[in-house]
Design a protein around this ligand. Structure first.
Ligand code: MSP
Length: 531
């Protein structure tokens, strides 16, 4: 096993409903990153899961006339099923209602307590059930007609007054600012970092970290006080260390993977991850994650997805419409990471047809068909490479991976895709310029070399696209008879080049063209989607 380790997590999703496009987007993005690192020789741990306690889940369970645990079980199954549907390569799936997590969260509480950071008082203030968050008056705006107050994310707040345990967050203002200054990569992208820094600079207030049992029973009990359950965010954030074996800090797993390299989250929950979480970790004497990466929000045809608009897209419907790998590619290529993006059917069809069907699909299909037909169904023999051959091979061997790797290090997956697809379009240009079909009559030896070069480029590109379109890349590599243990990025080199004489089967197209008039399938039970 490699000594380079990489620990990456998604946010854990509330189980108040079924997964939707936003959850799928985050899971796929994190999966692409995890797969990329594995192929690049890292020992990777990828954690995802569900956030099951708190008022929001409790209330939705009640509305469905169910107890919270069976309700959580039912919806957690849907999130787990989504990881299968979307080919997410997570190594673990954590549920906050599991015993291992109770132990971790309670241990975390005790660490904060031992550090003298917890005290009992009364909380009076505004609370958003949708965000499970506390807000101050100046963070809210009021609807003049109803008098109802809303957060900047548009969720309603209600007044809370109850006995509560507090965490001395105010004592972490300077420590957090110092950490942000010393580690500019801690919050990415920079826009989110700037927002967090200016929020913290205003000075932090102590944070209510428990709910009284009379108000909320569905949570992890506070150690030593049966009248309280833990605040759902303290509970939920701790999942990232539970997944690494906490509270057993001496375990091989914890030693190897903590601190995490990336917490991948949506921009709406940046404060919880970039302010509360590092403060809790500092208080517990634990290392901080290296980077919190906050991606943007996906809208549908320019509108926020919402049950009331009935525009919530389900992962199942999207996979049915576009196919899994095209969907994965589309989401990764179309939305600049870190920014908001719009999901629109017309663009989706265009992008899939241009880049997959006409781009790489066509390149592979015409090359392999020509080889099958004209070269005895074998990888052809090769002659001397001319300058054009060398240029294309150098691009694939020498440039494609380092440039894509640089973009991935910046969490710019869409840019890495661009780099890979530049090679595809160069290769398609090369086919047209070399015209192997014409060489068949005039210079069959040169035709063989051209087809060999193309097949070799396809091998390299197929290895590179495994993170984003894993199943299709596998089929392409299978078509070229590449052994399973020669599919790492390290194999994108002439030492592992295709062997002339290897028999290939009659190729089947890997990326079919979508009909322009394809209708979006939506089998979303919109009423059931999580918010
Ligand atoms: N349970 C909390 C996270 C706790 S992490 C310790 C939560 N859950 S959620 O189900 O509401 O959201 C899960 C993730 O999906 C979050 O990162 C959130 O930002 C993301 N998304 C939810 N809707 C989204 C879009 N429309 N677009 C992109 N991502 C979105 O928050």
């Amino acid at each position: 096993m490699s000594n380079k380790t990489f620990y990456i997590t998604t946010a854990i999703s509330y189980v108040n409903g079924a997964p939707h496009l936003g959850h799928a987007y985050e899971a796929i993005m994190t999966d692409v990153m995890a797969r990329f690192k594995r192929l690049d020789g890292y020992d990777v741990k990828f954690l995802t899961g569900t956030d099951e306690h708190g008022q929001k889940v409790m209330k939705t369970a009640e509305e469905n006339n169910m107890d919270p645990q069976p309700f959580a079980d039912m919806n957690a199954d849907k999130f787990r099923a989504m990881t299968g549907l979307l080919d997410i390569s997570n190594d673990d799936f954590i549920r906050t209602s599991e015993a291992r997590h109770h132990d971790a969260a309670q241990d975390m509480w005790q660490k904060l307590q031992e550090n003298g950071d917890i005290y009992l008082d009364r909380y009076t203030g505004w609370y958003s059930q949708r965000e499970e968050g506390y807000f101050t008056e100046d963070e809210l705006h009021e609807d003049p007609e109803s008098g109802i107050k809303f957060t900047e994310n548009g969720t309603e707040v209600v007044w809370h007054e109850e006995e509560s345990y507090f965490f001395k967050l105010s004592e972490y203002t300077d420590k957090l600012l110092a950490h942000y200054a010393a580690h500019p990569e801690f919050i990415r992208p920079a826009t989110r970092r700037n927002e967090v820094v200016s929020f913290v600079k205003q000075g932090l207030k102590d944070l209510s970290i428990s709910r009284h049992k009379d108000k909320l029973k569905w949570g992890i009990p506070v150690p030593g006080d049966d009248n309280h359950v833990m605040y759902v965010w303290l509970d939920a954030l701790t999942n990232y260390i539970t997944g690494a074996g906490y509270p057993d800090q001496d375990s091989a797993e914890f030693q190897k993977f903590w601190p995490a390299d990336y917490h991948v989250i949506g921009k709406d929950i940046t404060r919880f991850h970039a302010v509360y979480w590092p403060a809790f970790l500092m208080a517990a004497g634990l290392d901080l994650p290296k980077t919190v990466f906050a991606h943007g929000f996906i809208n549908v045809q320019g509108e926020k997805m919402s049950k009331s608009l009935g525009n919530v897209l389900s992962p199942e419907g999207l996979v049915d419409t576009y196919g899994l790998d095209p969907l994965r590619y589309l989401l990764m290529r179309e939305i600049p990471h870190g920014q908001d993006g719009t999901f629109a059917h017309a663009y989706a069809v265009q992008r899939i047809n241009a880049d997959l069907a006409n781009g790489i699909g066509n390149l592979a299909q015409r090359t392999l068909s020509m080889i099958h037909k004209n070269c005895d169904a074998q990888i052809p023999a090769l002659g001397d490479f001319n300058d054009e051959d060398k240029r294309l091979l150098d691009l694939a061997y020498g440039e494609m991976l380092p440039t894509a790797r640089g973009k991935m290090d910046d969490f710019a997956i869409h840019r890495a895709m661009e780099d890979i697809w530049r090679v595809v379009s160069e290769a398609n240009g090369y086919v047209d310029a070399q015209a192997p079909w014409a060489l068949k009559k005039t210079d069959p030896a040169r035709m063989n070399t051209v087809l060999y070069v193309l097949a070799e480029i396809i091998r390299c590109v197929a290895i590179m696209i495994q993170p984003v379109t894993p199943k299709s890349a596998n089929i392409m590599l299978y078509q070229l008879k590449i052994p399973a243990d020669e599919r790492l990025f390290a194999h994108i080199a002439s030492d592992y080049a295709l062997k002339s004489g290897t028999a290939i089967d009659k190729p089947e197209g890997v990326f079919p063209r979508l009909a322009d008039h394809v209708e979006p399938v939506d089998n979303a039970d919109n009423a059931d989607a999580a918010e």
